[in-house]
Ligand binder design. Sequence first.
Ligand code: SAM
Length: 383
Amino acid sequence: MFTLSDFGGMIADRARLDAHAAALARVVGPESVVLDVGAGTGIMSLLACQAGARRVYAVDSTDFVHLAARVARDNGFTDRLVVIQGRSTELTLPERANVIVSDLRGALPPHGSHFSDLIDARTRLLAPGGRLLPARDTLRLAVVSVPEAFAERREVWRSRPHGLDLGSALRYVDNSAQRHRARPGDLLGDAVTWARLDYATLTELGVRGAGTFTAKRAGAGHGLLVWFDAELIDGIGHSSAPGAPESMYGQVLLAWPEEVALGHGDRVAFEVRADPIGAEYVWTWVTEIRRAAGDEVVARFRQSTFEGQPRSIEALRARAADAATALGPAGDDALAVLEGMRDRRKIGDLGGQLHAAHPERYPTLAHAHRFVATLADRFGRRA
Ligand SMILES: C[S@@+](CC[C@H](N)C(=O)[O-])C[C@H]1O[C@@H](n2cnc3c(N)ncnc32)[C@H](O)[C@@H]1O
């Protein structure tokens, strides 16, 4: 969940903001209809109004989007900005947009429902010949030497607090991806491109790529650092590369399980993939390290965030495609509430009914009300 301070941080990333302002100024004209998907507090919508759009739709699933309406009024854009709270996937518009602007990434573009939401918006809400901003993202990586971050991620589990051996956690730590902010000097060679995402044609939700990184200087290697370069329109973009001063994203460190001493010219062959599993992405990175001379593999690792936390076999089986499904008690309650919502019953009535029927699960009206309100928020249609 985002906070106001998070949205402030996004606006404070001036490189990103200025690139969007420049790109919108270039593509928006007096006849333009702009859709801002995931508008947050509406900053991109306001830039689109400033660029002269005829109509701008600011759509966000959170309450923060209502700030856009206030700020639009303060800046004289009320007649052109339409604020809609909801998910873009449930949105219908009276007209198609010429420009769809969005930033639904996390630290990296494969994130949550980013790709499927964009594909949906492109298919249903973009006019023929319309533009998506960003147009493209390029995924980049480099091997880095980050001794402090590497030691820190394992430190607590090795520290034997009160004499307790917590070492069993290390196998999970070694399969974890972590947000990081590297300095350009941490890179042991030139960055390599491992995937390109062209949003006008993207259909796959997964991303994969492979390549070889060559060390340009000797140093202790700790893993692969991944970031992206965004191209909003031809020639205008921003980047989360190490050293990008105000980048709100940072990079992601796909660390190795052990430090590897690299010499000048050593080669690091890698394969990286992000697979959509459930609501999030599972990252897998395979590394093979060879010396500058010779073809012998001196280190080989295969890691995956799927192994980055303990998982119950029963829970995994229950999610398999051939698993039979059944409703538990909370599911029965949710079904009753959803049916009540279809009959347009009031939240207070539905809460009262739950509380009366199941006081063991909803000991007070407030407990039941919260359960109903959460469902109404997620699945209700807004008037
Ligand atoms: C990273 S913030 C970007 C905010 C703002 N557009 C900016 O660039 O500064 C992403 C926002 O998108 C919203 N969001 C994500 N997917 C959405 C969707 N499919 N429909 C509506 N809002 C969405 C989130 O709630 C969040 O407020």
